[in-house]
Design a protein around this ligand. Sequence first.
Ligand SMILES: O=C(O)CCC(=O)C(=O)O
Ligand SMILES: [Fe+2]
Length: 489
Amino acid sequence: MSKGKNKKAAASSPTPAKPNGLLSPTHLLLGALFGLLVQLLLGYFGIGVGSYLFQQNSSRVPPLPLDPPPCPAAWPNCPRSVDLHWDDVLELQSSAATTPSRASLAACDAPSLLSPQKVPGMHLLCVLPPPEGEHRRAAATLAAFPDMLRTAKQPSAIIVPPQLRTVAQLISTVYHSLKLTHKGGKYQLPALFNDEGIRIQSVQGALKQRRLLLMEGGQWIWPPVDVGHVHSLPGLIPGQVTKVVTVSLKPLVVSVENFLSPGENEHIIRRAMPHMAKSGVALKDADKGKAAKEFRTSSQYFLPTVGDALLEAVDRRVMMLTRIPISHAEYIQVLKYEYKEHYSAHHDFFDPKAYANNPEMIASIENGAMNRLATVFFYLNNVTAGGQTNFPRAQACITAEYPNGGPQPWDYFDCSKGLSVFPQEGKVIIFYSMLPNGEMDDFSLHGGCDVLAEGEAKWSANFWLWNKPYHFISKARKRATDELEAQYL
Ligand SMILES: O=C(O)CCC(=O)C(=O)O
Ligand SMILES: [Fe+2]
């Protein structure tokens, strides 16, 4: 990229796809009425935002009593519940022997999923039998490895009493034991998954697993493990095993080769070609008045997938790869970079602090509760020189100087630091803009570097997935989302 264009702050984020008109006024009116009804009911039963947690996660919500038992003094903000006395749950935690046996822990094989550094907000829970002699009072023991940290320390044990009825109650118990807190308000509820990323929605489903992952941010994120680790996914592409390879821990970047076929790459390029126009950026307050081309010189097109069987198949495959419902996706943003075109280092998330003077943006990201979670970045062709995606703050290993990852770059056009991923036809990378705890990840800073082969163009695409459903959904995307939900346990 051009030299000497130093910037004090990372470039503005790429503009999101404009929601189209698929939500009719009738839908909006019905949605508003439903919201009002829920608010009235919650108000009637005295369930305010304070007792936020976890009512909403269960599939069979029991009828609410008029006087649910109060929370114990040691747990003032427990979710009040009809048929559960949290005092008993607490009592069991303190009275039962809580050291899991070596043999049961070995069967869980926790180290194969843990990491050498913390993964904030992602917690591994080994599902173990109840403590010796406690089969009547306990349904299981969970051995917890907070933040996926691989240490020699004995994991803390959480006893699961048989009276827990909902995943929400199970998550609450884990939250209390691990002293986790939820941000409340519109922030995503935490969620449990099995080790293949299938969402858990019943206690029975949870206790049948060998290992569970608790994601505070409520969406699946591939456990990074170590650089070079491979998660193997059979069945995404008929007859193939798809390999999700970790290429960076911080930021979390995984790479998948041959995810798109040559025919699919060609089709995406062919469909987008007639519509390509110069790229824009969502200017931060600090960048107001600047031209997008100061940061980004590519061309782009948001390619609607509706009615295109091939693109709908790609949608579905992206969903099965990320385990994030396709209802959370923007349309594919196809990009073309010609010789010496680039996008300087930026984040794909929208930081509410950077858009404080932009009420429309603040509303659309629910003041930070809703954001871009993951980018599945498609490389649609090969480029013989340049065109890499650079993550300047990625670090191969933790150093004494930068124990928390690479420093802020001084030059946002410099592609020589950190990790570079070069275009390779059919390959995709997934990088996460949010941490599993639901916070924005500053280390996800990245840019598209100059194409350095004269006469060549880099064709690529952003497939952005949000942490909450996006504003519009097509019938095919609804069907695909239903298909994912049918796998829930
Ligand atoms: O072109 C690349 O490699 C990255 C592009 C990018 O980060 C973006 O469009 O948001
Ligand atoms: Fe980006």
